[in-house]
Design a protein around this ligand. Structure first.
Ligand SMILES: Cc1cc2nc3c(=O)[nH]c(=O)nc-3n(C[C@H](O)[C@H](O)[C@H](O)COP(=O)(O)OP(=O)(O)OC[C@H]3O[C@@H](n4cnc5c(N)ncnc54)[C@H](O)[C@@H]3O)c2cc1C
Length: 457
């Protein structure tokens, strides 16, 4: 008899929601985190979340509304700013409303929800090793901060929610279909600081700003996310490509001298670095008695790097499928497989398509972006459509007009068309995601060439 139905390692947004979903359904859940209880939820982040994720989770698992005490300021739109700083696109619509919130309090709120639903919480405790019984995951070896000995805890299912490092994922045995490591080129490095700005007023605190600049932040961007008239979260992130520079140094050299508010009195609330996986989700996120959620499963939007909402979706879908499997007394790889299908439908397909778009964005120049903004070749509505649906569509008459206005940059426009086709292909492939593990190798064979083409598009 196992100690728990499910042990969730990592009490971030993904793990807390997985624990909440399972505990609500009456299962015995243990949620472990290496942080102290008070520090759970403290994380390097832009602290912004689209409200559509919360609406989705309310419907799916009955997640309550975010308490207003956690929200620093509502968000009503996003401005994208070209490298020349002269041209900007405003993305505003029903899908860009959301919250700039207090990440730490948000994490504590999620933890409280899991606990109230009945999950046991073990803070200040590190998940060290996966335990196996007859080659199948059977539990976790843990060590509490105040103990000098390890403790073995068993569970019918172990969920790895340890974030970007994927601590338990890495320990899966040879022969697993799960990708145990994530390529550097599929990760983003970041630095961000949060300030009070007593002498500077953000006039439109409901608008988030994203600054593109391929020379300073290749494949990423600088964000200025106000959290009220006198509070802001500022950071930058870019791809972890060979020879990349430490993000704190780039922040010092690029952000500090170039933004007006940075030259006013700043009271630093927090400053730290982080990494995030920015690719399609892992091709499979399950093993016998084992599941992956959140950053550990690469459930992050590859273009804007947002992963709170999608990690919560992952946690919820994993929780639902795990619950059904426990009730049926079958926690095999085959029985947990529907979690892959549910996540791919809910968000994975969009992530995959945006991963293609990421490679395109990585290879455009500042000059290309300035040109596209200036000539109106890219419109806010196109980008909104891409970011929300993973679909890059330019209307026919519209397309002609924009192609004509884009003369002089025909190769760029041809590339855009190629990328749009690849994004369409990947969507079709994800609609045919295998219904059982046996189908995965053949599906992967079709996936590989599309990504290779995207990298060279
Ligand atoms: C700089 C930056 C800015 C971002 N900005 C945004 C944003 O504005 N909006 C957005 O939606 N997303 C943003 N993201 C992404 C988002 O923060 C993550 O995708 C999301 O938090 C993932 O949640 P998670 O639960 O998977 O992982 P995490 O939140 O990282 O949680 C993992 C938990 O596991 C615990 N843990 C790790 N190892 C162990 C272990 N061995 N044993 C026990 N516990 C362990 C950790 O202490 C942590 O509590 C940003 C990411 C970065 C790096």
């Amino acid at each position: 008899m196992a100690d728990y139905d499910v042990i969730v390692a990592g009490a971030g947004s993904a793990g807390a929601i997985a624990a909440y979903t399972l505990a609500k359904r009456g299962h015995q859940v243990l949620l472990i985190d290496r942080k102290t209880r008070e520090m759970i939820g403290h994380k390097t982040c832009g602290d912004a979340l689209g409200a559509h994720h919360i609406r989705y989770l309310k419907e799916l698992i009955g997640l309550p509304d975010i308490p207003s005490s956690i929200v620093e300021h509502p968000v009503n739109g996003i401005d994208l700013i070209a490298p020349d700083l002269e041209h900007r696109l405003t993305l505003a619509g029903p899908t860009t409303d959301g919250y700039s919130f207090n990440r730490h309090k948000f994490g504590q709120w999620l933890l409280g929800l899991a606990e109230e639903a009945g999950a046991d919480v073990m803070a200040s405790t590190r998940a060290k090793r996966l335990l196996f019984d007859d080659h199948r995951v059977s539990g976790v070896r843990v060590r509490a901060d105040d103990s000098e000995t390890d403790r073995d805890l068993t569970a019918r299912i172990v969920v790895d929610a340890t974030g970007a490092p994927g601590v338990l994922r890495r320990q899966l045995p040879d022969g697993t279909m799960v990708e145990r490591t994530v390529a550097k080129e599929d990760q983003m490095v970041a630095w961000r600081e949060v300030y009070h700005t007593p002498d500077y007023t953000f006039e439109t605190p409901d608008l988030l700003e994203i600054y593109w600049n391929q020379e300073w932040t290749k494949g990423g961007y600088t964000w200025v996310f106000p959290q009220g008239p006198h509070r802001v979260n500022v950071g930058l992130g870019y791809m972890m490509l060979p020879g990349h520079r430490p993000p704190q140094r780039v922040y010092d050299e690029f952000v500090r001298p170039n933004w007006d508010f940075m030259r006013t009195r700043l009271e630093t609330i927090d400053a730290s670095g982080g990494i995030a996986p920015v690719r399609r989700p892992l091709d499979t996120m399950v093993e016998h008695n084992f599941m992956l959620v959140g950053d550990a499963a690469c459930q992050v939007n590859p273009v804007h790097g947002g992963g709170i909402g999608s990690s919560m979706r992952g946690g919820a879908h994993a929780g639902i499928v795990a619950s059904e499997a426990l009730e049926e007394g079958d926690t095999s790889l085959e029985r947990l497989w529907p979690y892959n299908i549910r996540y791919m439908e809910s968000y994975g397909v969009k992530q995959a398509s945006l991963d293609i778009f990421r490679w395109f964005l990585l290879n455009v120049t500042n000059d290309d972006i300035n040109f596209a903004f200036e000539k109106g070749i890219v419109k806010g509505s196109d980008l909104l459509e891409v970011s929300m649906t993973g679909k890059l569509v330019l209307g026919a008459g519209e397309k002609f007009r924009r192609l004509v206005s884009g003369i002089g940059k025909v190769p760029l426009l041809m590339r855009v068309n190629r990328v749009a086709k690849l994004m369409e292909q990947i969507k079709v492939l994800y609609e045919e995601y295998p219904t059982s593990p046996e189908g995965l190798p053949a599906w992967r064979e079709r996936l590989g060439p599309i990504y290779e083409a995207a990298k060279n598009a």
